[in-house]
Ligand binder design. Structure first.
Ligand code: C2E
Ligand code: CA
Ligand code: CA
Ligand code: CA
Length: 274
């Protein structure tokens, strides 16, 4: 089994049995524990634009970690934190930071919705919905300012438990979206049964849609299916005008990507909302 890890030097391939991979994993885990303790993590915010009118009133928060000048990608450390269980502590930290930011913007009179990535382990942990309920109360913000992004696999792999937790969250009034849609074994039947508000089309489809007719058909189908089920659609990783134009034609509701904005610190993101 080969495992690809991405860092600022590019992609490194490790054999799963390889000592180098285990060493890197241990190092990351140890450094990440320290980073959490010393508050060396930060959240960046990437605005989402509504396609119908160009308005920008929501964003996704993304973890950033600079360890002694080395940028370590969440694409690398999140899977490691998931395996070690550190994701639970990390996830709590992310929730508190994001709620804190939502509260700060709310106090300034801005109604900006923040989408928070939730990993499978965190979502399926007993008491997860209660922890969201408690934060809504403690930070005293409307539930509509919070969206939770859950991956397709975390829902589909445990659909009964997932469905119960989704119901609890839905009752709180937070928004729910299915992330990386199309990359797992999506069961369309289940999609209609889950109480979610939005699906997020994975970047892998968006980036290929202009040149690959099959990817384009998938994007169009997801847009139509979601709309038929009364869900909103967002496309991630939108980088070109041509992609944007096609998504607009397909009736996609929101877009997110470098074309419009990169993930930036909260102070910069705020200048893009309108
Ligand atoms: P994701 O949730 O699918 O997030 C989208 C990723 O695409 C982000 O990478 C974002 O920076 C990147 N992106 C956005 N627009 C574009 C674009 O136009 N072009 C390209 N090439 N990339 C774009 P990032 O920030 O490196 O995060 C990678 C993954 O790490 C995320 O994928 C998510 O699964 C995970 N992650 C990040 N922050 C958190 C977090 O706070 N909690 C959890 N559980 N996972 C997180
Ligand atoms: Ca996401
Ligand atoms: Ca994705
Ligand atoms: Ca994801």
């Amino acid at each position: 089994v080969e495992i690809a890890l991405k860092n600022n030097q590019g992609v490194h391939y490790f054999n799963a049995d390889d000592g180098a991979y285990h060493q890197r994993r241990l190092t990351i885990t140890r450094r990440l524990e320290q980073a959490l303790k010393h508050n060396e993590l930060t959240l960046y915010y990437q605005p989402k634009q509504q396609l119908s009118d160009g308005r920008v009133q929501s964003c996704e928060c993304l973890l950033r970690w600079i360890d002694n000048g080395e940028f370590i990608s969440p694409g690398e450390f999140i899977p490691i934190a998931e395996r070690s269980g550190l994701i639970l502590v990390l996830g709590e930290w992310v929730l508190d930071s994001a709620f804190n930011q939502a509260r700060a913007w709310y106090e300034e009179g801005r109604k900006i919705q923040i989408a928070i990535n939730i990993s499978a382990r965190q979502f399926l942990q007993p008491g997860f919905a209660e922890s969201i309920e408690r934060r809504l109360r403690e930070y005293a913000i409307p539930a509509s300012l919070i969206e939770l992004e859950l991956t397709e696999t975390s829902i589909m792999d445990n659909h009964q438990l997932a469905s119960a937790v989704l119901m609890e969250l839905r009752a709180l009034g937070v928004s729910l979206s299915i992330d990386d849609f199309g990359t797992g074994y999506s069961s369309l039947a289940y999609l209609s049964a889950f109480p979610v508000d939005k699906v997020k089309i994975d970047r892998s489809f968006v980036s290929q849609m202009v040149d690959a007719p099959k990817q384009q058909a998938i994007v169009l189908t997801i847009c139509q299916l979601a709309h038929n089920l009364g869900l909103k659609v967002i496309a991630e990783g939108v980088e070109t005008d041509v992609q944007r134009e096609l998504l607009h034609q397909y009736g996609c509701d929101f877009l997110q990507g470098y074309l419009f904005a990169r993930p930036v610190p909260a102070s910069e993101a705020v200048t893009l909302f309108n």
